[in-house]
Design a binder for this molecule. Structure first.
Ligand code: BGC
Length: 731
């Protein structure tokens, strides 16, 4: 937790510092070139965008509607389409994928997967990550980061779960906003623009381009739009990316929800995903402003034809260009051009410290029973088992293949991480212990290695990523059998998991401790060793429910997942490349912990769960009503023997009339406490907050509404460990 304390002042200072000092920036850049009045930094971004577009030809305006819209070194011919040179003083605008790290070039930090960031429940850390990632993007000559990403965790099988921020709108939206703010405001001299993605209902990779996520309006608002709304309530990303899938039979990038829901209050622009555009006129008319990757549907010829056909007006096209240019100006991209020559290595010690802090604070101690961890000084012989513990590949698998940057398939890392085996060997040596490694390829050999040790640390993993869903939630490569064999040989077994989503644990009763480290990035070894030996005290909490069985998931029928075709089957008919898989979100609001709680399904580990090497007590919940909600106050006390960080969680159950499943997270706060120390936690719950903690979507009225009645309020350590309870009546 020392790192957290070191990082906090940096992150907080950056939060409170004014994002840009307009007067200074203006003075530094005055006088601006006479032919570029849009470079006058005394004017607003909107005024500047209007000036620029007024001086542009129609084709120059159309150029803003595709990626790489400004003066690229590559010239003006882009994917076979030739544009006139852009007006002067336009910067290079170059995109890079996120959201975990700057994707592509070498010499960048490989941060842990976003699901691990979510498990930290630490918005300051998300800000610090955005700041570091933004600086790296800028140094590499990229000034738009395609991230962070959000989904609602409808099924843990969804391939991109590690890229997202868990199953709760408040948690995910809060961290996404902090990530966006870190990217966009973390370093005013090296600004980058963030793109929130993927809007909306991109909850599976299977047939993501040929499926329709079918849901009612209340579900759309409360489950799938809400994380975006929370993020937009706490930050201003320059753009939001529309997703591949259809929503209720209409492709997301030409869906009326773009204007009716997303753009209601959002003044950035909407960009497509790679190849998620299916039309010219309907897409622009629906509010999609820019085509990502290359001009296919938004070419000048097709745009002119759409205008001629009356599908869109010139004004609509200009409005799209305006939103794009205004967003770039607002983000500072015009006033702070990226370096002409990208730096070779942009991963600084400070960025690596952030990466390590995310790995440390995002790792969740799921079980420690009886307290086998931290590893005792008396343990002289340590066995480390499993292919992902080491940087030396076993059948192509190593620490590097679970490094946190997931493209299509495994092994997308650009740098060799600090391997757990190396860090553990060093840490053990510091107290005179020795380490024996077994790669786990042979069960008998692994068991023998475990038998000869005082403690066996066995690593289990599975890979997942964009392009495909997980077929199951079991460990890859015989991981379950390996853990069974090790645990049978040595009862003092500790499991370290590296997965991008929930895991089934058939061996749970036979091991003493489980640490879920997700895909922990380039500093994984140091972070894991420090947690195992207690140099850092675990504080991560699950951002998603871990089920006991795949049959327990809310998506129980084939119509819900993976979705069906006209013949009722789940398998795409051979040769059929056009039929749309219908995925019916009939579980409605019952997603994530709300499903388990309302249906009485016992999870393996609940949302919000995570252990510490100390213990905490909760005392005295008091509620004070105010005009638009209430304030909850309660005390958290460290009742153990060492300093630790607790994430206190507040949940609200709405009155029965609201017809809401289970309870919902309405606030959380992190406190670091010394032994015996206590602190009062104060959570203000306001009906009009961006996460609408007390409201439901009233479809008939088309607005959020608060149902009068008694609201039950509970506080505690997880969604299922809530020792404090009180009630408040709201009018
Ligand atoms: C992904 C996006 C990503 C884009 C560019 C697409 O396949 O869906 O999330 O931003 O590629 O890398």
């Amino acid at each position: 937790m020392r790192l957290l304390r070191l990082l906090l002042p940096v992150a907080l200072a950056a939060v409170v510092a004014p994002p840009l000092q307009p007067a200074l920036a203006a003075a530094a850049r005055d006088p601006y070139p006479a032919e570029c009045p849009w470079m006058n930094t005394r004017k607003s971004a909107g005024e500047r965008a209007a000036l620029l577009l007024a001086a542009s030809t129609p084709e120059q305006r159309m150029r803003w509607l595709v990626e790489h819209p400004a003066n690229q070194p590559s010239g003006t011919t882009f994917s076979g389409v030739t544009y006139p040179p852009q007006v002067p003083c336009t910067p290079n605008v170059t995109y890079t994928d996120g959201p975990d790290s700057v994707r592509g070039p070498a010499g960048v930090t490989t941060f842990p997967a976003q699901i691990g960031l979510a498990a930290s429940w630490n918005a300051d850390l998300a800000f610090a990550k955005g700041r570091a990632q933004g600086a790296e993007a800028f140094g590499k000559g990229r000034n738009v980061v395609l991230g962070p990403g959000l989904a609602s965790g409808r099924t843990p099988l969804s391939g991109r779960t590690p890229e997202y921020l868990g199953e709760d709108a408040l948690l995910g939206g809060t961290l996404a906003a902090a990530h966006v703010n870190g990217l966009q405001k973390g370093d005013p001299e090296r600004p980058v623009m963030a793109v929130l993605k993927h809007y909306l209902g991109n909850e599976q990779e299977l047939d993501r381009q040929l499926s329709s996520s079918n849901m009612d309006e209340r579900t759309l608002r409360q489950v799938y739009d809400l994380p975006f709304e929370v993020t937009l309530g706490g930050s201003s990303p320059g753009a939001v990316m529309c997703s591949y899938n259809q929503v209720n039979g209409v492709y997301a990038c030409e869906n009326p929800m773009l204007k009716e829901v997303l753009k209601d209050g959002f003044d950035g622009y909407v960009m497509s995903d790679f190849g998620s555009v299916h039309s010219t006129g309907p897409s622009v008319a629906a509010g999609m402003d820019q085509e990502l990757n290359r001009p296919r549907f938004l070419t000048p010829d097709l745009l002119k034809a759409a205008i001629a056909a009356g599908e869109i007006s010139q004004a609509q096209l200009d409005a799209a260009a305006f939103r794009v240019v205004r967003a770039y100006l607002k983000a500072g991209l015009f006033d702070h051009p990226v370096p002409a020559v990208p730096a070779e290595d942009v991963s600084t010690p400070e960025h690596k410290a952030v990466s390590q802090a995310i790995a440390a604070q995002g790792s969740v101690l799921l079980k420690n029973d009886p307290r086998i961890l931290p590893i005792s000084k008396r343990a002289g012989r340590i066995a480390v088992i499993g292919p992902t513990a080491s940087n030396t590949p076993t059948n192509g698998v190593s620490a590097n293949t679970v490094c946190g940057m997931r493209g299509f398939g495994a092994g997308d890392c650009k740098i060799t991480p600090v391997a757990p085996l190396d860090a553990i060997t060093r840490r053990a040596a510091a107290q005179g212990a020795t380490v024996t490694f077994d790669n786990g390829a042979d069960l008998a050999s692994a068991a023998a290695t475990a038998r000869d040790a005082d403690v066996a640390i066995v690593f289990g993993y599975y890979t997942m990523g964009e392009g495909a869903d997980r077929p199951n939630l079991n460990l890859d490569n015989g991981g379950d059998a390996l853990i069974e064999a090790v645990a049978a040989a040595n009862p003092e077994t500790v499991v370290v998991l590296e997965t991008g989503s929930a895991v089934l644990m058939p061996w749970l009763g036979r091991v003493k401790a489980v640490l879920e480290a997700w895909y922990p990035g380039d500093q994984q070894g140091t972070a894991i060793a420090r947690l195992l030996w207690g140099d850092d005290n675990p504080s991560g909490r699950l951002p998603m429910t871990f089920p006991k069985d795949v049959a327990d998931l809310p998506t129980r029928t084939p119509e819900q997942y993976p979705g069906v075709f006209a013949d009722g089957g789940t398998v795409r008919p051979p040769g059929d490349r056009t039929s749309i898989r219908q995925v019916n979100y009939t579980e409605g609001l019952k997603v994530g912990y709300k499903w388990y709680d309302s249906e009485g399904v016992e999870p393996l580990f609940p949302f919000g769960h995570g252990l510490s090497y100390t213990s905490f007590a909760y005392e005295g919940l008091r509620l004070d009503r105010h005009r638009d909600g209430f304030t909850a106050r309660f005390r958290v006390r460290n009742t153990g023997a060492r300093t630790g960080t607790e994430t206190a969680q507040l949940y609200v159950t709405l009155p029965g009339r609201a017809a809401e499943p289970g309870r919902r997270l309405a606030g959380f706060e992190q406190v670091t406490l010394r032994p015996g120390q206590s602190r009062t936690i104060e959570v203000k719950v306001r009906a009009d907050a961006a996460d609408h903690p007390l409201s439901v979507w009233d479809t008939a009225a088309g607005r959020w509404t608060t149902v009068p009645g008694t609201y039950r309020v509970q506080a505690g350590r997880s969604s299922r460990d809530l020792p404090l309870s009180a009630a408040v009546r709201l009018p």
